[in-house]
Design a binder for this molecule. Structure first.
Ligand SMILES: Nc1ncnc2c1ncn2[C@@H]1O[C@H](COP(=O)(O)OP(=O)(O)OP(=O)(O)O)[C@@H](O)[C@H]1O
Length: 508
């Protein structure tokens, strides 16, 4: 299906990282005026930190995730650490970000902050790990550019010749993003089926373009990479994957270096073009226009386009109408928010894959508590497992609550005083207005006290704030109510049960 201009079969995925931290990198490079003694101090500190990390996380984990970090320059109090790919950078940031920060601060007070940036290895660095260390064992199925030093320059347009520059550009890709590791459930089964179909038969009628959309962290990128990795297995299809942001930078770079034609030709020579996070092109009219032409040229030539975005084509209101129309012409598949069942299945699969036993009640607890997206869910589980490995103790519900304290707090449902008043009034069958009325009959006053007690326990409101919501009562009245309810709960189990029940209802 796809021969390149030399007639050789392309087997590469050309991947372009979507991060655009170029200016920052340029700045740090130009400011790299450290004295050699400062450099050796930092290098020595970094060597000690690396050793510590190795001891803490173990050889295997260190080799998989941390070995490839390269020491960059110091910018004021911020030390820059380079990672060879976005995937690794995100992973390290999520899993080890805090630890790196603490270790650096501990090692040298000059460093107050740690900044993780994506940069390929050949770029200027200060104290790079030995090269044998940094590349060996890297999962290499992707060709990535991650060229943040090149920024918007003429070199950029050459990067599509990834098959020629494989050694320079090879970077590790997270090997998790396959169809096998994608857990299918009601919210994503349609998108999954479409992705599978395109991976099996690219450019089939009705599936071109394939437009995947859904909220943050629900698996769009995962599915795109799964399609890419499936297609490259055949060894006959050339696939280019890039974020919309990277597409724009490539395009601008080609204009600056007067190599737009080359850029266009290179893009148009692939069999499958995947553009992630298309919403980035909103408001970028020239880039949209270029994308529109690329899109048409590829579809007209029978090539497959796969696009992801956070909204459906019709809801991407900042995109040109003609582009939106074309994007909606193929297959549009929505990835819905996860359900409890899907979250649980994902956790079960990931726990199984980790090899660390995680009790099912812990998985259920997490699936219940962390409902935002799969990325966060996965992050929580990884943190638990890493902690259990580190302290060499099994994962339990107690350790989960302790290790994930901060995360769980952020996910706690925000209960409002209005909600509390409503629920309590319903429960004791009194009027809502009695929550703030002056009536002192016990049938009204007691529920009101319970509502104040719950407001104190379930919200972060101060006593005076609570008092104001209950008919401008004084904070001492609230204090008294809280103490009285606590006292009654000790004396009267059935009253305690009612209050606990209300609490659980409000929290769920
Ligand atoms: N159904 C699933 N099964 C297994 N893992 C999943 C599933 N959905 C998402 N994930 C995992 O969740 C994480 C986030 O997914 P991904 O990066 O694909 O999200 P996204 O929709 O592209 O998010 P964004 O909009 O932020 O780009 C990844 O690690 C991915 O592997």
């Amino acid at each position: 299906m796809c021969q390149n201009s030399n007639g050789a079969v392309l087997q590469n995925i050309v991947a372009f990282d979507r991060e655009a931290e170029k200016q920052k990198v340029e700045k740090t490079q130009s400011q790299d005026v450290m004295t050699s003694s400062a450099k050796s101090l930092l290098e020595a500190a970094w060597a000690r930190i690396r050793e510590k990390l190795k001891t803490e996380v173990g050889e295997v984990e260190y080799r998989t995730w941390l070995r490839q970090i390269v020491l960059g320059p110091l910018d004021e109090n911020e030390i820059v650490l380079y990672m060879p790919s976005r995937f690794l950078r995100d992973w390290v940031r999520e899993q080890y970000g805090e630890r790196l920060q603490t270790l650096w601060r501990h090692e040298t007070p000059i460093v107050q902050r740690v900044e993780l940036q994506v940069k390929k290895e050949s770029s200027q660095t200060l104290g790079a790990a030995p090269s044998s260390e940094s590349t060996e064992g890297a999962p290499a199925f992707i060709i990535a550019d991650d060229d943040h030093d090149g920024a918007v320059t003429g070199q950029d347009s050459n990067l599509l010749h990834a098959h020629e520059a494989k050694n320079d550009l090879a970077a590790p890709l997270d090997p998790r993003f396959t169809f096998d590791s994608f857990v299918v459930g009601k919210p994503n089964e349609f998108a999954y089926a479409c992705a599978r179909r395109v991976a099996e038969k690219p450019s089939s009628p009705g599936f071109n373009p394939l437009f995947l959309y859904g909220g943050v962290g629900l698996g769009k990128t995962h599915l795109m990479h799964a399609i890419g990795s499936e297609l490259t297995k055949t060894g006959t299809v050339s696939v280019a994957y890039m974020s919309a942001e990277k597409f724009m930078y490539r395009f601008i770079a080609s204009i600056r270096s007067q190599s737009t034609m080359e850029f266009k030709e290179q893009l148009r020579s692939v069999d499958v073009l995947m553009i992630d996070d298309l919403q980035f092109l909103i408001g970028k009219d020239n880039t949209q226009e270029e994308f529109f032409h690329t899109f048409n040229a590829l579809v007209d030539a029978g090539r497959q386009i796969i696009v992801s975005a956070d909204k459906s084509p019709s809801d991407l209101s900042g995109l040109e109408d003609r582009l939106r129309t074309r994007l909606g012409c193929g297959m549009v598949a929505d990835i819905h928010a996860t359900t409890f069942e899907l979250r649980l299945s994902i956790l079960e699969a990931k726990a199984r894959a980790s090899g660390t036993p995680v009790p099912s009640k812990v998985l259920e607890y997490l699936a219940h508590k962390i409902t935002s997206n799969v990325r966060e869910l996965e992050g929580a589980l990884n943190r638990l497992i890493a902690h259990a490995d580190l302290v060499n103790r099994p994962v339990t519900l107690e350790s989960t609550q302790d290790v994930l304290k901060d995360m769980l707090k952020a996910h706690e449902r925000r209960v409002t005083i209005d909600e509390i008043q409503r629920k309590v009034a319903e429960h004791w069958n009194i009027r809502l207005t009695d929550m703030s009325s002056a009536r002192r009959a016990r049938a009204v006053a007691r529920p009101r006290q319970v509502a104040m007690y719950l407001a104190k326990n379930l919200t972060s409101r101060s006593l005076p704030e609570i008092g104001r919501k209950f008919g401008n009562r004084d904070h001492t009245t609230v204090m008294h109510a809280v103490a009285r309810v606590a006292e009654l709960m000790e004396q009267d189990p059935s009253f305690a049960e009612s209050v606990e029940l209300l609490k659980r209802m409000l929290e769920s």
